[in-house]
Design a binder for this molecule. Structure first.
Ligand code: CTP
Ligand code: CA
Length: 232
């Protein structure tokens, strides 16, 4: 085989990755967010680029440098992330959503700083954000030319919750991890995942593979190669 093709099996493919948390503003000085550091998503984007893909990384606010050769689109809110993904999705051959997207935002962002004086409590009314992965699953081409992968971090009922997400969001792969598992979770350099793919005969019964603990960079490369192979 051509050595360039052998070391760059994703050459010619467009890869879209989401990473990091979102920030949902409450007022000009405060926001709602989560503990995502972006490590898994950045590792996926870096691997895809090393394997020869053209990579667009839609990233929430993180402290990581842009991986070499990756186009980074910086976003803040879930709505921003949705817009960036909707611009890039049609051109993507492989899409991996590793972002920890805020499920809710405040219904009305206060234009001024919320003041505490005279208040024993306050109530924030939250409304739901668009589900970006579900949106993508609903509009991916049905000729197999677009492969879609989601992530799920759970604290209980890992397989049941992940299987539901795989099916309801029309993913080709769902990578699930348990927050409380040793070697998994936020800000770690390793991850322990269970990989779910749709069953071949019975779509409601996914195929389930438990992968051993590995460095996020090693895991990222394995996932990218697997997703590229699924595209055929
Ligand atoms: N996701 C997304 N847009 C959202 C919420 C989630 O694209 N508004 C994606 C995440 O990037 C991830 C997958 O959906 O790839 C699963 O996210 P998760 O938060 O685990 O699932 P939810 O469907 O939001 O369910 P819940 O938070 O209730 O477990
Ligand atoms: Ca969620």
């Amino acid at each position: 085989a051509d050595p360039a093709t052998a070391s760059q099996p994703l050459r010619g493919l467009n890869v879209l990755v989401t990473a990091g948390p979102t920030q949902e503003p409450l007022d000009p000085v405060r926001y709602l967010t989560n503990h995502s550091t972006g490590k898994m998503g950045y590792a996926l984007a870096a691997s895809a680029a090393e394997l020869g893909a053209h990579v667009t990384l839609v990233s929430g606010p993180v402290a990581l440098a842009a991986p070499d050769g990756v186009d980074v689109v910086h976003v803040t809110t879930a709505q921003d992330m949705f817009e960036a993904v909707s611009d890039a999705f049609a051109a993507a051959d492989i899409t991996v959503m590793a972002a920890a997207v805020g499920d809710f935002r405040v219904e009305e962002v206060s234009p001024e700083k919320i003041k505490k004086e005279g208040r024993e409590s306050i109530t924030l009314r939250l409304v739901s954000n668009p589900d970006i992965l579900a949106w993508a699953g609903g509009r991916k081409r049905d000729d197999g030319s677009q492969v879609l992968c989601g992530f799920a971090m759970e604290t209980e009922n890992l397989i049941r919750n992940a299987a539901r997400k795989l099916a309801s969001k029309h993913c080709d792969m769902l990578v699930a991890n348990n927050l409380r598992e040793e070697g998994a979770g936020f800000a770690t350099d390793t991850n322990v995942v269970t990989v779910l793919t749709p069953g071949t005969s019975d779509l409601s019964t996914p195929q389930i593979e438990r992968w051993s603990k590995m460095d996020k960079t090693v895991l990222a490369k394995r996932l990218m190669l697997r997703l590229a192979a699924m595209r055929g």
